[in-house]
Design a protein around this ligand. Sequence first.
Ligand code: PMP
Length: 456
Amino acid sequence: MTTPRADHQPDPAKGAAVKAADRAHVFHSWSAQELIEPLAVAGAQGSYFWDYDGNTYLDFSSGLVNANIGYQHPKVVAAIQEQAGRMTTFAPAYAIDVRAEAARLVAERTPGDLDKIFFTNGGAEAVENAVRMARLHTGRPKVLSAYRSYHGATSGAINLTGDPRRWPSDTASAGVVHFWGPYPYRSPFHSDSPEQECERALSHLADLIAFEGPQSIAAIILETVVGTAGVLVPPEGYLAGVRALCDRYGIVFVLDEVMAGFGRTGRWFAADHWDVVPDLMTFAKGVNSGYVPLGGVAISAEIAATFATRPYPGGLTYSGHPLACASAVATINAMREERIVENAADLGERVIGPALREIADRHPSVGEVRGMGVFWALDLVRSKETREPLVPYNPSAADNAPMGAFAAACKKNGLWPFVNMNRTHVVPPCTITEAEAKEGLAILDEALTTADGFTV
Ligand code: PMP
């Protein structure tokens, strides 16, 4: 049990009423509706949120890895309020000041000539539109995506997704072909070093392109740093190698920066770490920390030119919604003024990375630490020697007991973790302070003794 915030009085009766109404009427994502008991959240501020029973949690998940600027940032809240007083909604066909300004601010930060912005309501819609643009631009049908990936849950994006969330919705959708990206710790290529992993992953992709037929491939889509499927930082040279393959065959290179973008890796975009410029880049989440739903596609000059005199056959009622755009303008300006991206880089390098590596040395359950900025994962194992994951791939509820016990130990001490399969991701807001990061890392450290109990 943690102490409630001074400005928040517990109200268990209201909490119970919220839970009852939720159970009666809210249909939740990714869940067996009767087997879940969602936490009733009363409020959130900065890096913390709290329930109605007096428990406060430090959020090492940033919601769904989106609250990069923390909760209730006063400048962003004020911008939404100001915009609501002026213009709450207007159709996408019109030029609106905040929409133009949000597009300008995003384009100013995206690499290369990705200077045109198509706004969506979130990440999956961004992926859908990026794929449509690539297919229309090339006149080709196929899209290649990685097995270890997540690209969204709409019908097209879920088929591109490689992780098991695809399986129940898999319609073997025409034209999607999966490949293995690099993962040195559990190499699909049995390589011994990141350099060898990079070389073999690129050679595998080149073979796959050759046998699928380059003339049939519209796009390769990749998460710059793979997020939900494990915080996989690409080895040096991999992204440049994929870029070169795309250039050789006229394939559109799409980088999905929905999770990695807007400060999470300690740069505005993860692509900036490797100086790689894709043809299309998807974003969402951190663009406005999810204060109002927003995502988009940043489009290169060449692809934008395809639709210069030929209409783009796609649109959304809420594309570039004024409230969402106002919140993006305020978020980007605040991130710049308050050096929030720099904070993520500094804490990652100086505090979080070293602490996690030290934790890994002491805990038999931690096989590998991966990440950068405020984007980290601990890969938990039954044995450091065999690297067998602490829970099997796509675990059943029973299989998942070790991760469940670990998560419960975190929550009991006031830390909200992000747990996925055999990993716990450390993905706090980019605004987290050094003291908060250390508080969370200490709780994580203690909770890992629970996971250690399941090692062999
Ligand atoms: N791409 C990536 C890399 C993501 O992490 C996500 C969401 N976790 C999506 C796409 C889908 O975004 P949304 O949930 O906003 O549709």
